[in-house]
Design a protein around this ligand. Sequence first.
Ligand code: EPU
Length: 430
Amino acid sequence: MEKFVINGGKPLHGEVTISGAKNAALAIIPAAILSEDICIIENLPTSISDVNYMMKTLRQIGAGVRLINNSTVEIDARHINSYIISHEITKHLRASYYFIGALLGRFGKAKVAMPGGCYLGPRPIDQHIKGFELLGANISIEDNAIVEATSEKLTGSPIYLDMVSVGATVNIMLAAVKASGLTVIENAAKEPHIVDLANFLNSMGADVRGAGTDVIKIRGVPQLHGCTYSIIPDQIEAGTYMVAAAASYGDVLVKNVIPKHLESISNKLIECGAIVEEYDDAVRVMLSRKPARCNIKTMPHPGFPTDMQPQMAVLLAIAEGTSIITESIWSNRFRYTEQLNRMGASISVDGQLAVVQGVETLKGAPVRADDLRAGAAMIIAGIAAKGTTEIEDIVHIDRGYEYVVEKFSAIGADIRRVYYPDSDALDTVG
Ligand code: EPU
């Protein structure tokens, strides 16, 4: 087993380069099977485990996957021979359900085990199913565990989403690009990764318009072709380093970003007293005094992203005064506050609200990464805290942050990955 050991209390200084966006990659990898051709995907975060599982899934169904370099992969979707994806693969990550839309689009059928992923509260897929059914697919769910989708012919349709869902928007786009006629998704998600997926599909010859607004129009095309495409930078990885810079009273240039995607995060950092300088493809974040309090409400894009909520809570935990965080996307995304309180934070949670009373400083402690972004928050807390923090369950962090030890070390953090024996495994010896 592995954990991170962090000796905190040192300001971060220097430059960090952001990788390709995880959540765009997780949509674009399955999208590549919609063409019977070869796609080259650049700026792909190939070292994170979520992307690795998606590439394993491609291989499982017969696609060729070749690593050209650390961030470029060739996907050869010409000889895919299966529309079935087992629980062994899907249990590892949520986005495996994008193969339902992609396989439906490619073969008119898909049999995919229900997905795993971070536990952030119930994660129903009713809107995905509603979309597939409106496109003409028959959906059955065996034993609450395997989704089977079949269709003689997918036909475009108006689809109104009852709530803004990234996953449902992606899955419906994947199923609709080769359906006959026009699909109109209303109340669609507007996240940067939705726009990236649309751009990728259009590079393959699809006709997708309006991505980035809440109405996406997809005119089905009979065939798609291969392409070379570069994934956008990761908004949340960038935001994580920006908040870490501020929480450590540091000065960090975060490179390879799209500053427009970071506006909601930059604005909150500025409200907290940080200086945020924007360049063409970089942002510099500096904070030299105790952060000011501010309130946060998570919202679909362009609102403040829920995936930055735990990280931002660390900054508010050491701010002057009391801040209120309202989580409006997930019903169970405050579990990490228990861990932060072990480090001396003063956060009380009431349903979807967290009241964060700023304390003078955090103190190192043994903590756990409850999920991916909770884990990122623990790293920031460990860097900001006085003393040593040990973070267990870092497998969650490895799902979404590339070279996290190397990147944080390069800007001055004292962070190590340490191997330790699994106590359960030891118990079984002899
Ligand atoms: N929802 C439904 N029914 C559905 C779909 C969603 O009720 O059919 C609800 C969800 O329960 C939730 C809300 O709608 O309350 C929004 O869910 P959404 O579908 O937008 O989330 P997702 O697609 O499962 C993606 C990201 C998450 C991110 C959310 C919100 C990926 C692979 N995951 O999840 O990212 O939190 O959008 O922005 O893109 C992460 O990267 O750490 C992460 C959890």
